[in-house]
Design a protein around this ligand. Structure first.
Ligand SMILES: [Zn+2]
Length: 739
């Protein structure tokens, strides 16, 4: 069962820098040429699209013999659960493993706790995947293979911070490549499960062990970096090597699993948005399905964060099944892992995910339930989900707006400030679109080709600073084909490595040139509203702001000169003293630059905002800025929306096609705890006027509400149906059966 090091080196696949960075990047690859590993291991014909509802029971070490398996099997059956993830091995084995040093639960005795529950699930016709955990090991492993332990930057082996009986393992060396490979082969051989899902397989921060040192040196000729600066040569190489090594591990485990069971896959716990580590384009190619591990909200976080995660996964997964893992407990840095979250918070989090295309997966550790309050809530959600399954089996979203996210911008431009300079811009624009009730998807910046973007009329580039020449060309071609863009701040001012350029890559599209200066943080700067000199009217960009005279500016702006004869509906009022109060007045004769550029380019439209309005909006939540961002998208899009919803409150909306139907999801986020959970109760909202565009050539047979459980009176005119939803508690789904 052991794997020789030589074998796995031969198995290496050809992940290159280019596959992370797009065209023009370095193409040196690790190890010998690719042997036997397909470019993509996804098998669309497999079982992966079948399960709609998932359960995860994570065993703790004293579960064997001390928990009631029948309780769980009854629960799974009652909730119409289609698939389960059960803990098998790694840190602790819950089956009678024969692999040396694979630690068996002290409570296991001669039982097979994993195997028995798996058999019970199979009898319910459920799919079962085995969970392993690769991030820690016991003292005996340390004793036999001290080189398998992760090493910190001072050269010290890393003890587990939570449990001193354990050591942290190196993810990139023989512990994963040899030991965990053997564990996965043994589990697959014995149980022929449908897949293996590994927790914490990708390491616990940087490792400086002898294997990492040697392997990184062989790859780059350099020593492991001690800086996070993405412009440091070794750090840049490390980012590439680290990903390559993990994708190599993913392919190795998948190949070994499929050699035993061709219908199974290795499914990594991986993925996310701009701040995630592994290139989502490659993740999307490798994974036959993915489980988005964002279990709940903590701190300041909007409930739409779950739906956002689903959209980020879908950007590269397409219509492969994406499952949203949710916790029934509080998610907090203090890790109350046995806690139970408020009922309505669980409902809100899960249903926002469902609205944005996630299939629900609850996770509970400790099979002996301490606090049972969550059980009826999850039962209620799953039963509703099962009863309406045919309307939740989405084929494609109908959103016409796509918001780009860019891991290379976060990695190479954002660096250690990525959360502020990259993600906050995205969060601000996201919030503005939610408030505007505009259905939209996320788009990955390595998938800007026709096949991935032509479903959209408008692409939003919220400070997508780092773009290659090839990516800029794709965006220009999108506009040439009739697409529109809305871009902010430093979009395209850096190349794909995060190196600032002489001018914007998209200068001619944005209608501006860079003057060599970024200004900010600016205090006390404004945008004054300008009437169109030809019509004497305010621009549509200023709708709802007409009596404002001026609004607050962004906090940072790129200094630009405008090049064309475009529309400039806002002019910057440059920063002036904010103290002493006697000096707080705008100085006469000081003219600022354009605060917004609006252009028509062929059949497309372009809005460029030189300020970081989106990021500033996330900081201030200023309503004028929300209106400006909304208006920019509406003007650029310039067509009848697939879904409009008018009424009071904050709603996260989505519109979908299924095989013989379409749905509009309306999730009511209106709550005093909207930005910082948990919510205490649901605050219902009053009537909403809805219009939905019906795809050409389809006829409406029936319109009904899946939560209220009633047929809806509607009008049907010129391909648009209109209806009133009298009130919404937590959510409503409008289902339209099509002929
Ligand atoms: Zn290491």
């Amino acid at each position: 069962m052991t794997t020789s090091r030589r074998t796995f080196v031969k198995q290496t696949a050809g992940l290159s820098a280019a596959s992370f960075l797009g065209a023009g990047a370095e193409t040196r690859i690790w190890g010998s040429p690719m042997v036997g590993s397909p470019a993509g291991v996804a098998n669309r014909k497999g079982w992966y699209d079948r399960p709609m509802r998932w359960a995860q029971v994570g065993f703790v070490e004293d579960d064997p013999g001390n928990y009631d398996p029948q309780f769980w099997l009854d629960y799974f059956k009652r909730l119409h659960i289609d698939a389960a993830c059960l803990s098998a091995g790694g840190v602790v084995a819950f089956y009678p493993t024969e692999i040396p040093m694979h630690y068996r639960s002290k409570w296991l005795g001669n039982r097979d706790t994993f195997g028995d529950l798996m058999k019970g699930c199979r009898a319910l016709r459920m799919n079962v995947i085995a969970r392993t955990d690769a991030h820690a090991c016991h003292q005996d492993v340390y004793g036999a293979h001290p080189d398998w332990i992760a090493v910190d930057e001072f050269g010290k082996k890393r003890r587990h911070p939570s449990d001193p009986d354990y050591w942290i393992t190196c993810a990139l060396g023989p512990y994963n490549f040899e030991f965990m490979t053997a564990v996965h082969e043994e589990i697959m051989t014995r149980y022929m499960v449908d897949g293996i899902f590994t927790n914490r397989w990708a390491g616990s921060g940087m490792c400086y062990c002898v294997h990492c040192q040697t392997n990184f040196h062989n790859f780059s000729g350099l020593a492991l970096p001690h800086t996070l600066d993405p412009q440091d040569a070794a750090r840049r190489q490390y980012v590439i090597w680290h990903q390559q090594r993990l994708f190599e591990l993913w392919r190795l485990w998948n190949d070994r699993i499929q050699a035993i069971n061709p219908n199974a896959s290795y499914i990594a716990n991986a993925g996310g948005g701009a701040l995630s580590e592994l290139d989502m384009k490659t993740v999307g190619e490798l994974a036959p399905t993915l489980f988005a591990d964002r279990q709940g909200r903590s701190g300041l976080m909007a409930p739409w964060a779950n739906g956002k995660n689903g959209k980020e996964y879908r950007a590269t997964m397409g219509n492969k099944a994406i499952v949203g893992i949710f916790s029934v407990g509080l998610e907090d840095k203090y890790r109350w892992k046995d806690s139970v979250q408020s009922d309505d918070e669980i409902r809100l989090w899960v249903l926002d995910g469902v609205a944005q295309g996630l299939r629900p997966w609850f996770t509970k550790f400790d099979a002996k339930i301490i606090d049972p309050r969550w059980l009826p809530v999850v039962e209620e959600i799953y039963k509703w989900h099962a009863a309406n399954e045919r309307y939740l089996r989405n084929e494609r979203p109908l959103a016409r707006v796509g918001m780009v996210y860019s891991q290379q911008t976060a990695t190479f431009y954002g660096g250690k400030n990525a959360r502020t300079t990259v993600e906050d811009a995205s969060l601000g624009f996201y919030e503005a679109l939610v408030e505007a009730r505009i259905p939209f998807e996320m788009v990955h910046d390595h998938l800007l080709d026709r096949e991935h973007v032509d479903q959209f009329r408008t692409l939003i580039l919220p400070n997508i600073a780092a773009l290659s020449t090839a990516q800029c060309k794709q965006i220009e071609e999108f506009v040439e084909r009739g697409g529109s863009i809305v871009a902010t701040f430093e979009t395209s001012l850096y190349n794909e490595w995060g190196v600032r350029q002489q001018n914007f890559g998209l200068a001619s599209l944005l209608g501006v040139n860079y003057t060599g200066k970024i200004e900010g943080p600016m205090l006390n700067s404004y945008l004054s509203l300008q009437k169109d000199p030809v019509t004497g009217q305010f621009s549509p960009l200023l709708k709802g702001l007409e009596n404002a005279v001026r609004m607050i500016n962004a906090v940072n702006q790129v200094m630009v000169t405008s090049v064309g004869n475009d529309m400039y509906p806002l002019e910057v009022v440059p920063t002036y003293p904010d103290l002493p109060m006697e000096e707080v007045f705008p100085r006469k004769g000081v003219k600022g630059q354009a605060g917004a550029v609006m252009r028509e380019v062929g059949k497309g439209r372009v809005v460029y905002l030189p300020g970081d309005i989106d990021r500033t909006f996330w900081e201030t939540l200023d309503f004028d800025q929300a209106k400006l961002l909304r208006n920019a998208v509406l003007w650029a899009t310039n067509e009848l929306a697939p879904l409009t919803v008018e009424g009071k409150g904050v709603l996260d909306v989505a519109v979908w096609m299924q095989k013989d139907s379409m749905t509009a999801h309306l999730v009511n986020l209106t709550n005093p705890m909207m930005m910082k959970g948990p919510i205490r109760e649901v605050i219902p909202i009053t009537k909403q006027e809805i219009s939905i565009r019906i795809p050409q050539g389809r006829r409406v047979r029936r319109v009904h509400l899946l939560v209220a459980g009633v047929d809806a009176q509607h009008t049907d005119e010129d391909g648009v149906i209109r209806l009133t939803v009298p009130s919404i508690a937590l959510h409503e789904v409008i289902a339209i059966d099509l002929a």
